[in-house]
Design a protein around this ligand. Sequence first.
Ligand code: SAM
Length: 279
Amino acid sequence: MSAIDALPPLRAVIAEHGLSARKSLGQNFLLDLNLTAKIARQAGPLAESDILEIGPGPGGLTRGLLSEGARRVVAVEKDSRCIPALQQIAEAYPGRLEIVEGDALALDVKALLTPPIRVAANLPYNIGTELLVRWLTPPEWPPYWESLTLMFQREVAERIVAKPGSKAYGRLALLAQWRSTARIALVLPPEAFTPPPKISSAVVHLEALPEPRFPADPAVLSRTVAAAFNQRRKMLRASLKGLAPDIEDRLLASGIKPTERAEQVSLEQFCTLARNLAE
Ligand code: SAM
């Protein structure tokens, strides 16, 4: 492995700071700095961007982002044991790494970042989907971020990029593809992580579109697709009946057959239905 920066190898950092991986915090660390540099390069033009990193842990991806030239990184980590290891990185890259200790689900660190802002993270699996949905559904668009480069379980990554008619198509595909372009940038085997998880992972790269592909209210669209796919085997007139008493008429007015199942309905049709339901 080549020396990407002058800091000690990550295994030594983990040993020095006693960072045994905790399952409760979704800790599967990336220790190969060539690999973390490769992931960092997927995040777009780093030199002209501030990067928000969630869950830096011992700092593998943080080091990748900085060594690949990120203008600044703001890293939010919940595990206090990791903070001294991250401070060593901050000292090696003066003025370019800000560490925030806390829960990414509870903190809003936007004010610490200067646009353009990109998000990069090897996310804890237990909060990844929740954070992604939050990033995709703010009331206003465009969002504060230009792109999201995020590690997920491979199966979740496939749900984000899925097309209508496929088994993986659902709420995540619709919300992601409504306001951004989404692609799988890298697939990683379990052995890339320490400890290895049971399944493969994938890095998804999403670029925010200047405006949504079709107009719709994010809260109404989100509710509609959640209801449609919660009972994906049912016909839409049944799965959506809780949303409006005259749902059959609304489906017909939106160009959707009430007997259709969620899997067959396009993004454009869901947006039309969401607009009809918002009336
Ligand atoms: N980025 C590191 C890497 O690639 O080796 C660590 C990745 S590990 C999958 C997830 C990291 O997120 C852990 O360091 C964990 O402590 C942290 N984490 C878990 N829940 C968090 C939360 N709610 N807010 C911020 N960080 C969290």
